[in-house]
Design a protein around this ligand. Sequence first.
Ligand SMILES: CC(C)(COP(=O)(O)OP(=O)(O)OC[C@H]1O[C@@H](n2cnc3c(N)ncnc32)[C@H](O)[C@@H]1OP(=O)(O)O)[C@@H](O)C(=O)NCCC(=O)NCCS
Length: 174
Amino acid sequence: MRTKRLNLRELNHADARRIALLAGDIDVARMTARLPHPYTEFDAEEWIRGIEANEFVRGIEYDNYLIGLIGYTIDANDRSAELGYWIGKPWWGQGFVTEAAEAVMRHAFKVARVPRMTCCHFIDNTASARVIEKLGFRCIGVNRAYCLARKAEVDTIVYERKRPMTAFLWRGAA
Ligand SMILES: CC(C)(COP(=O)(O)OP(=O)(O)OC[C@H]1O[C@@H](n2cnc3c(N)ncnc32)[C@H](O)[C@@H]1OP(=O)(O)O)[C@@H](O)C(=O)NCCC(=O)NCCS
């Protein structure tokens, strides 16, 4: 999948080193639920190997460099898809995740035909709150989620976005 500036591509085991380097930054890991800290190349390899059929994961590539990850996981019960993402710190604040997420959401609604997407952010993650706002999600509640990197539960804001009625008219997958 391509966007204006990005290539969203499948991962392979050779990406583990770079993923470990970027996601090994505590400022990235502490804003995610599932990235432990420290995060090694072996952890990243295991994670890539363990990606399951209900997970759609893409590496975010800019200028031929992998700069982050984005994807969604489809819930077996209601087929809603939970969006997740991170990018390395040097690329923050340039609109990359919003751009990648627009393409991935389009894929979820148009290709996977999920009826609804969800996402969430820790209460202190103002940048992600802004991304989610730009993507058109609406807040549906507050929760607590365990953060592996912080080794603590953190208040979490939860959002949803329903599939637009016009999704079937969209051209292309992304
Ligand atoms: C959150 C994250 C994904 C954002 O990615 P990004 O590519 O920088 O996001 P974008 O540039 O598309 O948008 C960020 C927006 O937040 C705003 N922002 C950034 N830091 C902010 C802050 N401290 N307070 C308020 N707004 C902030 C930016 O100005 C921008 O909004 P704008 O377009 O209106 O100017 C990235 O910072 C990241 O990977 N963080 C660590 C991991 C993480 O948080 N993952 C998400 C878990 S929910």
